[in-house]
Design a protein around this ligand. Sequence first.
Ligand code: BTN
Length: 240
Amino acid sequence: MENEYDIITLDRVDSTNTFLISRRDLWDRQFLMVRADTQTGGRGRLGRGWHQDPGKDLAFSMLYRPPGKRTGGPVTLRAGLAAWNALFGHTGIGLRLKWPNDLYFDGKKLGGILCEAVPDGDGRVIVIGIGINVNAVDFPRDIRDSSVSLKLVSGGDFAVETIMKEIATFLVPSLDGPDFLTETELKALAEIMDAVGHRVFFAHGGEKRIGVVTGISESGRLDVMTESGRTVSVDDAVFC
Ligand code: BTN
């Protein structure tokens, strides 16, 4: 497993995702990881920023080139599952996964995932960015009440590079799976994920709607029951 991918370690970069997206010269392999001690412009989902305590927290991105014309499948959920398994194995801490990309402990955010796909010839490359609050003990004021780290949960210090490699140990083989979630993955997700039964806002047919999540499909999309009783499949939603 160790030799299946190279690891680039940077002291400082704007964002490890942006780095991999802009460096086409590095796109000639199936897997490549980039980790940075400091990100000056870490990015989150929905155009948000991502805070990383320099030198204390884990921020890395994995470049993944799906073979041939495969789409790569439900990568964000596979990355969430890999991060959950690695963190549970390493620390014993049982997190919750909030669809599609957030890791939570006791209602506070501990990690996030940002997957970005870029077309390349007949195929595409996918950049899977993962940020984990590892050894931070304080956060900027705007996220202080809503964030937590492994250190704050457990009292211990953790080696960020070890955690990254353990996440890759789960993630790399799972990316070789089919372009849909397997029964085993759906079962594992159902145990760790908070989604079913929750109310969500989403857009459908150009209109803003509200509904209740009834399940997660093989594609990783949410099945949502609307107020009119119809079930629709949703790939972007905000929990109420
Ligand atoms: C989110 O919670 O919205 C996703 C956060 C993803 C943060 C990681 S840190 C490594 C990689 N580089 C980035 O700029 N973002 C991701």
